[in-house]
Design a protein around this ligand. Structure first.
Ligand SMILES: Cc1ncc(COP(=O)(O)O)c(C=O)c1O
Length: 467
């Protein structure tokens, strides 16, 4: 979360402006940065907060986020009814714990955990926490192996593409693991097997493979990466496990690409995470992580909490966490079933493919991906187009509320600026066609009115999009 600093109230509007209709109900003014001496009526408070939020973007027009922005009314009702449940209170809310157990089991079969492997997992606040737990398990296992044989365990490293989501950089910094990034290069926008293996050594705790990349929606080839690590083991003896970051793809590949081997069918895959609040179709925040076998999860990472007169093992960074999202995840599983999830994801993909094909036809763009893996695609302006940028187009699209991010790629490709569109349930083919109309309109304007460079502060802001 952003870190906030104390505000010098002498420089700011100290009081919140309240609609005059509510004037009579106010017992005092409402300070902006301090607690008022007394409260106001619920409807006044509701109006004040609603008024504050009207400047937020329209979530349905947000093509930047991977996170769920629409659930059906019954699901919203269930979430409101379960808002008071705390996931950690297993003893007080044993049925919420039971729903979590069922969700873990459903995911283990969706991800092809071998029968009898006792795949083990839990819910989390999202993929970031899940990745943190996955990384910790890799680190603890590597350290235990090194210490057991009297080897130095002071210089762990983790191998991944430079296209990883920021949570992996965080993991490395917080746990003092050296991040070994394989750079993106033109023509190879994500990690491949040979490049991953070349970065590994005896201190590598694992390789992260992403399904799919936040940058362009493409899947990393988990099987190829794994086979390259098999060869490395045969040559050097280093047994490097793979963690699959399936933040989005964990809920797409089982439905749209059932024959693709990316999950526990690949023996080297030790653990997989996903975000229930992305293509799991639940509002934020819920994530999931599963380990192939219980021994992939070192016991000294596990804490016990009370449960039905006994103890339940838990692994989490947080203690308290809302239970409503877990109830909603289970709701989605029974509401949609396999065919329902497939239908939702296929519809998203059809829309992504339609949009990317039409955008390619417009002329100024080159597609980097089409949306065939995740229903997500990235595109850039042709190199000869210099009179306007993707940032200019992104800003113009905002005029009608469309949020289509433009950003530059990471190190080694920072001069490549792209736009990315994420299609999620709730964004219809009709909306897609309206977006295409606006694309055409704004391109016409931009072609006739070359853009000037904005001041450096704004340019810096334009490039710093980090989804
Ligand atoms: C590949 C990948 N990993 C991890 C994350 C972090 O997920 P969360 O927002 O659920 O913490 C994201 C978010 O976009 C992602 O795309």
């Amino acid at each position: 979360m952003p870190l906030h600093t104390q505000v010098d109230e002498s420089h700011k509007d100290a009081e919140i402006d309240v609609n005059p209709i509510y004037f009579r109900e106010l017992s005092c003014e409402i300070p902006r940065y301090r607690l008022a001496p007394s409260g106001v009526l619920p409807r006044t408070a509701l109006q004040v907060v609603r008024d504050e939020l009207i400047l937020d973007g329209n979530a349905r027009l947000n093509l930047a986020t991977f996170v769920t922005t629409w659930m059906e009314p019954e699901a919203e009702q269930l979430m409101a009814e379960t808002a008071a449940k705390n996931m950690i209170d297993k003893d007080e809310y044993p049925q919420t714990a039971e729903l979590e157990r069922r969700c873990v089991n459903i995911l283990s079969s969706l991800w092809n955990a071998p029968a009898g492997s006792a795949a083990t997992g839990c819910s989390t606040t999202g993929s970031s926490e899940a990745c943190m737990l996955g990384g910790m398990a890799l680190l603890w296992r590597w350290r235990a192996r090194r210490q057991a044989t009297g080897l130095d365990a002071g210089k762990p490293n983790l191998v991944m593409g430079s296209n990883v989501q920021v949570c992996w950089e965080k993991f490395c910094r917080y746990w003092q693991v050296e991040p070994r990034y394989v750079p993106m290069v033109p023509g190879r926008l994500h990690l491949r097997g040979a490049e991953a293996a070349a970065k590994c050594d005896e201190n590598t705790i694992g390789v992260v493979a992403i399904m799919g990349s936040t940058m362009d929606g493409s899947y990393e080839p988990v099987l190829e990466i794994s086979q390259a690590l098999d060869q490395l083991q045969a040559k050097q003896g280093w047994d490097v496990p793979v963690h699959v970051d399936g933040a989005s793809g964990g809920f797409i590949a089982p439905f749209l690409h059932p024959d693709l081997e990316w999950d526990f069918r690949v023996p080297r895959v030790a653990s997989i995470n996903t975000s229930g609040h992305k293509y799991g179709l639940v509002y934020p925040g819920v994530g999931w992580i599963l380990w192939r076998t219980p021994d992939a999860l070192p016991t000294d990472l596990i804490f016990k909490v009370n449960y039905l007169g006994g103890e339940m093992p838990t692994f989490a960074l947080n203690f308290s966490r809302p239970g409503a999202q877990v109830a909603a995840q289970y709701y989605n599983f029974i509401r949609l079933g396999h065919s329902g999830y497939r239908h939702v994801q296929q519809t998203c993909q059809d829309i992504a493919l339609h949009l990317s094909a039409e955008i390619a036809k417009m002329g100024p763009f080159e597609l980097l991906t089409e949306g065939r893996d995740l229903p997500v695609f990235a595109f850039k302006l042709r190199d000869d187009i210099t009179s306007y940028s993707v940032f200019d187009l992104s800003e113009r699209l905002r005029m009608r509320g469309w949020q289509v991010p433009a950003y530059t790629f990471p190190d080694d490709m920072t001069d490549t600026a792209v736009m990315r569109i994420v299609i999620r349930n709730g964004f219809s083919m009709d909306l897609a066609n309206l977006l295409l109309d606006d694309f055409r309109l704004h391109l016409q304007v931009l072609e006739h009115h070359p853009q000037t460079q904005p001041p450096p502060e704004i340019q810096k802001k334009r490039q710093s999009f980090t989804h």
